[in-house]
Design a protein around this ligand. Structure first.
Ligand code: FES
Ligand code: FE2
Length: 382
């Protein structure tokens, strides 16, 4: 009945099947201790903003959300700045700082399709390349060239189905991905359909949020009553690292009783990607969920941005349409993951002991921390 088969699933299927049969997971070599200060120290957060979140390409938008000229969305960067990601003439996507060149008001909110962004304060307007094209009361500014007053463009690149912010000095997306370019590219995300985005602010360090989406150890406890827990075999994963990035193969419940000669199909497995530094992509039979995380002001606050990209009709898993499926997965994230992440954040804030302990069965979480710690160590050494 089902014909979808992605390359990562066909590759991982025998390995993950063998794990399910033997009732074990792929373990890290040892447990890992994360100093509490890594979640609490404002100085460490400052260093992460500079040397982790601010030093490598980060995904800002799926290409699928910006199909046509003038399609735009606004969002905050990991450093808190508001930007507009917009597709302009010739199909080029740009990242523009959402700050009017007059007295700094925002020129766009939310998302949509527009030919102009007009500032609500004094009516200056900008085209989709950021150029200033309208300036009421122009004589008041006639000693300044309009060409100098465009919205500031930040360096960006569109590739692998995403628009990325590419900080100055970074070698670009392909170099950033390294050997992960092939597995990431194999999903052809640009061909998916973008659905709505939801942001949730959580009282927890940004790394606590990433942790929650890159292990399945918590599934039976947190998601036991919903489709995530009921549709998945928890605490069984394959783990692969690709330099900074990593991948988990996650068995679906249907893998439990498959015949020996069963052929791989996406409906039997999910594949989770960690795209360093702040993105988890959960690839399922229906499409993918993008889980982007950014710190929000202090070490114990963060924002989770969730976007669902669909590629297959949700009726395949018994829900009627994307809207219904989206409602269900958002509820899981908000009402099941949200409370335990918040609880973990609060406990870490109050803890009188020294470290968080990551199990051998949490290789994905260990990987995330190892990469961040290594980037911070290099910045100190360099
Ligand atoms: S601040 Fe935008 S027009 Fe004045
Ligand atoms: Fe979860």
């Amino acid at each position: 009945m089902l014909t979808t088969l992605s390359r990562p699933v066909s590759e991982l299927f025998p390995r993950v099947s063998a794990l399910v049969k033997s009732r074990r997971t792929e373990y890290a070599e040892a447990t890992m201790r994360i100093p509490m200060e890594n979640y609490r120290d404002p100085e460490i957060l400052r260093a992460e903003r500079q040397h982790v979140l601010g030093a490598s390409p980060v995904v800002l938008a799926p290409s699928a959300a910006l199909r046509d000229d003038g399609d735009y969305l606004t969002r905050q960067l990991p450093d808190g700045r508001s930007v507009i990601v917009v597709r302009g003439p010739g199909g080029t996507a740009r990242v523009l700082v959402n700050t009017c060149r007059h007295r700094g008001a925002r020129v766009a909110e939310g998302s949509g399709c527009a030919r102009r962004f007009t500032c609500a304060y004094h009516g200056w307007s900008y085209d989709t390349t950021g150029g200033l094209v309208g300036q009421p009361g122009r004589p008041g500014f006639d000693d300044v060239d309009q060409a100098e007053l465009g919205l500031t463009e930040l360096p960006s690149e569109e590739s692998f189905g995403f628009v990325w912010l590419v900080p100055a000095g970074s070698p670009g997306v392909t170099a950033h991905l390294g050997t992960f370019a092939e597995p990431l590219g194999s999903y052809d995300y640009a061909s998916f359909e973008a659905n709505a985005t939801m942001e949730v602010e959580l009282p927890a360090n940004w790394k606590c949020v990433l942790e929650a989406f890159f292990e399945t150890y918590h599934f039976p406890f947190v998601h036991g009553n919903s489709m995530v827990g009921q549709g998945t075999i928890g605490n069984v994963v394959s783990f692969d690292s690709y330099g900074l990035h990593a991948r988990l193969g996650v068995p679906g419940i249907t893998m439990q009783n498959l015949p020996e000669d069963a052929t791989p199909e996406d409906i039997h497995m999910s594949v989770l990607y960690f795209v360093y530094p702040n993105l988890v992509i959960a690839n399922t039979v229906l499409g993918c969920e993008l889980i982007e995380v950014r710190p929000a002001g202090s070490p114990d606050r963060s924002v989770l941005r969730h976007t669902f990209l669909s590629k297959v009709d949700p009726a395949l898993i018994g829900v009627h349409n994307n809207e219904e499926y989206l409602k269900a997965i958002r509820a899981i994230l908000r009402d099941e993951d949200g409370p335990v992440i918040s609880s973990s954040g609060g406990g870490i804030r109050d803890a009188a002991h020294d470290f968080v302990l990551l199990g051998r069965n949490e290789p994905g979480c260990q990987h995330i921390h190892r990469q961040i710690q290594s980037a911070l160590a290099q910045s100190v050494a360099g």
